[in-house]
Design a binder for this molecule. Sequence first.
Ligand code: UTP
Length: 404
Amino acid sequence: MNYERAKAYLSKRGQQHLLDYYDELSATDKETLLNDIENTNFSVLAHVGQKPKKLGKITPVNAVTSSDIKRRYSQFESVGLDFLSEGKVAAVLLAGGQGSRLGFKGPKGMFNIGVNRFLSIFEQQMNNIAEVNAKTGRHFHLFIMTSRANNDETIKFFKENDYFGYPRDRIHFYIQDVAPTCDYSGKVFLDEKHRVSLAPNGNGGWYSSLVNSGLARIMERDGIEWLNVYSVDNVLQRICDPAFIGATIIKRCGCGAKVVKKVCADEKVGVLCNEDGKPAIMEYYEMPEDLKNKTKKGELVYCYGVTLNYLFNVHELNSTLSGRLPYHVADKAIPHIENGVRVTPEKPCGYKLETLVVDMVKMMGSCLAYEVERDREFAPVKNATGTDSVETARALLEQNGVIL
Ligand code: UTP
């Protein structure tokens, strides 16, 4: 794209300010900026200023409860182990987030969760994986989604740690796609005078980014039918849990979600429910008070919080690719160029546009709510202190016998 074409292209979209500093740039920087403009998906800006969709008819879900699981454990486990042994299941680690609440510079998985020894979150999760592979005698494929910002450091860290004993040819890194950031009126920010401001497009981008990266060929080649997607921040995460896989398959669901009983109505987790008869996840900030507090026989009716550990059927996922995931606008502090100077605001000043994995669940026909014991499987590291923090996660790790 040359300057004239870029100018016309941007004017049509109300974004011509992106060329404000063009005349000041060196020849190389001019080229970089024109490339950025050509490769930016401006259509996502249509979501700015849109009113949130009205909620449909919300009803609670029936979960496979932890006591059901205890009763049928060997049946569930045996089906899951069969699928794993046949190589039909792979895992996807979502590690493209910015971890801003934790305030740790660098990929969140490199954070030291140890006390008397160095134990990174990545290592802790890889240790959890080792238990499953010991049972099947083979290593499932592990896809790791990074971001442009943390990809090189993540790969270097895995390499330096000899991939935590995992076979190199079973680990595949890929970079998640990006979306432009903008001010409150939808004007795209410049990150530098010659760079459009782009940020990871949210954790819902994991499957399309996987396909765009070309890695889907491994799934086709090796006959992978199920993908277990999990977040980097839960240090008690059980990955490719055979009983979870078996239960989802036996119940003939297109996807499964590991859920925990909420500790209180206000707990900040998304809640698995049905919307107009289809599985849906209501984020805590969009849940109406009456539904949040609704009880029956003293128990919360909408009690199942999601833990960001999902199992997706690949065939059904492919059908979601043709549909459009909605973008959510997240109010964030975004460094940008203002009056010719780069500013780093401390307070939110604009929007990041993100797709969410919870919206993918809505696109699946059915979702099994699989209730796990939170003290054994849910220790998120979101904040430095307080709720869901380094302190709470360390306490739970120790409770589960991990030496820190
Ligand atoms: P969070 O929603 O906690 O976001 O991510 P975050 O960016 O890590 O942290 P904050 O909100 O800035 O503090 C949940 C999971 O989704 C991944 C994260 O790495 C984490 O595993 N994620 C999030 C991505 O992979 N990409 C994204 O764009 C956002």
